[in-house]
Design a protein around this ligand. Structure first.
Ligand SMILES: Cc1cc2nc3c(=O)[nH]c(=O)nc-3n(C[C@H](O)[C@H](O)[C@H](O)COP(=O)(O)OP(=O)(O)OC[C@H]3O[C@@H](n4cnc5c(N)ncnc54)[C@H](O)[C@@H]3O)c2cc1C
Length: 329
């Protein structure tokens, strides 16, 4: 439906819609011809008034069908993608970029429940693309931050690496089956579970969903959830949000450990190598009696597909079962 215009702005490219405007232009007079002319100019210049109008109409339709109260008044994110303006783009380490977006109402923070994520939308060769991202900062009014690894050849990564401050990006949400409500309580659909201790293992940019929970606990002094977080990176230089994680590690409720596949420095004092049983036993064994019941414990993981497969097996071997007590973001 959307196609990339020359200037990088998404525009509507529905053939029927365009034919409709041309017919309107040819066979009407007066104000309708004037509107058709404006829409044709908009279309040819690649501006996105059509797209905005379409999204607005969809939103109005949702409001009417769902009822305004159900959505609540404090809504920044919608299931229908909306334009968000980029305030700042900075490079972070290897192939990563940090995107700071403005909320559309600068007095509001993004209405993202902890544990959920957003979808960023673009089009690549005429195909609609949608990818999940977990903002690392979303509680402050006026802005939210997405940390993104731009893989060479990756569709969204390639699209986003052309973006600069002032550009607009289509975003929808909130998305996700899991919500963290605080004090160890996780909800997934109708089910909920309250745990005392959470084991998390993340790899690369899979850090971001874990970071959300860590930050929630760090920012809420009365949250009594304890977290054991193992973070896997290729080298020390690939560790994301390292300073923030160091500060979190000082919180008595949070323990952060790193493993790097290929340590560069001889002084590296974290774990070395890819995640494996030995590392799991050593790290999680500090906080869990691995022989005893896992009542009151939960585990979560996120990362590249091969990493997730290994981590899922390791957690399953420890006794976590695939339900809400073992979850993948
Ligand atoms: C719940 C959730 C939250 C996420 N949050 C974030 C986030 O905050 N930040 C972030 O950067 N990403 C996050 N991701 C991953 C993100 O959704 C995309 O999968 C990623 O950005 C790649 O998209 P792409 O279109 O650029 O690459 P694609 O076009 O989908 O893939 C192209 C190629 O890129 C490489 N590639 C793609 N993904 C990976 C990967 N994970 N590891 C290694 N190589 C890969 C592969 O070679 C692949 O063939 C999250 C995913 C999920 C499910």
């Amino acid at each position: 439906m959307f196609q990339q215009a020359k200037n990088g702005i998404e525009m509507v490219n529905s053939d029927q819609f365009v034919i409709g405007i041309v017919l309107l232009f040819l066979f009407t007079d007066g104000p309708l011809k004037y509107v058709a002319t404006l829409l044709i100019i908009d279309y040819l210049k690649g501006f996105n008034i059509l797209l905005v109008a379409k999204n607005h109409l969809q939103q109005v339709f949702r409001d009417i069908t769902l009822g305004h109260k159900k959505r609540g008044p404090e809504v920044e994110l919608h299931r229908t993608p909306k334009n968000f303006r980029l305030l700042k783009v900075s490079r972070v380490g290897n192939n990563c970029r940090e995107f700071v977006f403005a909320t559309n109402d600068t007095t509001r923070a993004l209405n993202l429940p902890t544990g959920q994520h957003i979808h960023i939308h673009c089009s690549s060769n005429g195909e609609d693309i949608r990818r999940s991202y977990t903002p690392t900062e979303y509680k402050v009014p006026g802005s939210f931050t997405v940390l993104m690894k731009c893989y060479p050849g990756g569709k969204m990564g390639t699209y986003m690496s052309t973006k600069k401050a002032g550009d607009r990006v289509m975003i929808s949400g909130p998305v996700g089956h899991l919500t963290y409500e605080g004090n160890g309580k996780f909800k997934s659909g109708k089910h909920s579970i309250t745990i005392r201790k959470l084991c998390i293992c993340a790899g690369g940019t899979g850090l971001t969903p874990a970071f959300q929970i860590l930050k929630h606990v760090q920012d809420n002094p009365h949250d009594n959830l304890q977290i054991l977080f193992l973070y896997a990176s290729s080298t020390e230089q690939h560790i994301l949000l390292q300073e923030e994680l160091e500060v979190m590690n000082k919180d008595p409720r949070i323990t952060v450990a790193h493993t790097v596949s290929r340590p560069i420095s001889q002084d590296w004092d974290g774990y070395s190598g890819r995640v494996c049983k030995d590392i799991f036993d050593d790290f999680y064994g500090q906080g869990i009696d691995l022989e005893s019941s896992l009542d009151g414990f939960g585990a979560g993981y996120c990362g590249p597909p091969k990493f997730e497969k290994v981590v899922k097996e390791l957690f399953t071997d420890m006794g976590f079962e695939k339900n809400i007590s073992l979850f993948r973001w």
